[in-house]
Design a protein around this ligand. Structure first.
Ligand SMILES: [Zn+2]
Length: 362
């Protein structure tokens, strides 16, 4: 029925083929390196440190400084997260708890340039009652605000917010409650970029998608006049900076591109960052970075058929993922994973025709 159970490779997308993640009694704390902190000298890695937070060291891509932030952890049903993949296969890398939930991270990406602080997705937020906290096993060991503070920023410093889509685990921290209990934008100085078709889908959800959208996550942004609806692939204007004007003159413009993928939701988009080689920092090992959103939520979802049961158009997801993963392998893209409980980022490589993640270590 699944067509996948005969695959001899446990989870082809995870690490090297055949290497499953160890299940440790302490939840994985002991085998991870200590993160020396975001002020560390170089750019170097994005393994996580669960003993303190899941925040990683910054990565450098040309003029972009990239921080995988943390809004804590939560849990979703493992079966729903892996669609048609059988549990004996997915549980080797993503062990389920007694209620069949697997642990997931909420990792917004912060992109810093001389003139911009751009946040990609905002996390799961804090507007949850006890029942929901129990169902989704929400662990707020971090908040988007504490995570931003660790790298020296406040919510008011954010200039742009890009939302891959409007599901509650991606847009949940876009608003907060004010003193009167009213939801208001958490990033009051930011323009918020959402695909028009995602906005439409969130405002008029069907019976299947309704549970994933909470209007208080996004309507206050529109009411405050902070919403930018876009239609299709889009390139954000980052040309305010002097050096970038110079770069334009030279024909090398660094860019932040929003790529409409659909699949997971009608308006799901991913973010591509392309550096300007004229201004490449010597430590910058990469030319392109990608934030996969829910196209590839964890590194266990890299292999083409590993698609969430939540996806509204799984065949569209499959086509987009196959195409983009090939580009990521060929171009050595730096990949950021929003929900991976262990690896914030890495590089997708291929061995014997199977893609796998090479995590970047501190
Ligand atoms: Zn989603």
């Amino acid at each position: 029925m699944t067509g996948l159970s005969t695959d001899p490779d446990p989870v082809p997308g995870r690490n090297r083929p055949g290497k499953a993640r160890a299940v440790l009694p302490d939840g994985g704390k002991s085998h991870l390196p200590t993160n020396p902190g975001p002020s560390g000298s170089g750019s170097l890695g994005c393994l996580t440190d669960l003993s303190r937070s899941i925040q990683s060291l910054p990565m450098r891509l040309g003029e972009f400084e990239l921080h995988s932030l943390s809004d804590g952890f939560f849990g979703l049903d493992g079966g729903a997260m892996f669609g048609v993949v059988p549990k004996p296969v997915w549980e080797r890398t993503n062990p389920a708890d007694s209620r069949n939930r697997i642990r997931l991270a909420a990792r917004p990406l912060l992109i810093v340039t001389d003139s911009e602080r751009i946040l990609v997705d905002t996390g799961i937020g804090d507007r949850w009652d006890d029942k929901a906290r129990d169902i989704y096993h929400i662990e707020k060991i971090d908040t988007i605000e504490s995570s931003l503070a660790r790298v020296g920023f406040r919510p008011e410093d954010i200039t742009k917010v890009v939302l891959t889509h409007l599901h509650f685990d991606h847009a949940g921290a876009t608003t907060k409650l004010d003193d009167t209990g009213k939801p208001v934008p958490r990033f009051p100085n930011a323009r918020h970029y959402v695909q028009q078709r995602e906005w439409n889908a969130a405002l008029t959800p069907n019976r299947r998608s309704r549970a994933s959208y909470r209007p208080d996550d996004f309507l206050p942004v529109q009411e405050a006049g902070l919403l930018e609806l876009i239609d299709g692939d889009w390139k954000l204007d980052l040309t305010a900076r002097d050096t970038i004007r110079n770069a334009e003159h030279l024909g090398h413009v660094p860019s932040l591109e929003l790529v409409l993928t659909g699949g997971h939701t009608p308006g799901h988009q991913i973010v591509l960052l392309k550096e300007n080689s004229e201004f490449r920092n010597q430590k910058s090992e990469f030319k392109t970075a990608v934030f996969w959103g829910d196209l590839i939520p964890t590194s266990s979802h890299i292999a083409t058929p590993y698609i969430m049961g939540y996806d509204l158009s799984p065949l569209e997801t499959m086509e987009q993922k196959e195409k983009l993963v090939q580009q990521a392998i060929a171009g050595k893209w730096l990949s950021f994973f929003e929900h991976d409980p262990e690896f914030a980022c890495g590089v997708i490589e291929e061995e014997n025709g199977k893609p796998f993640l090479r995590p970047l270590a501190v």
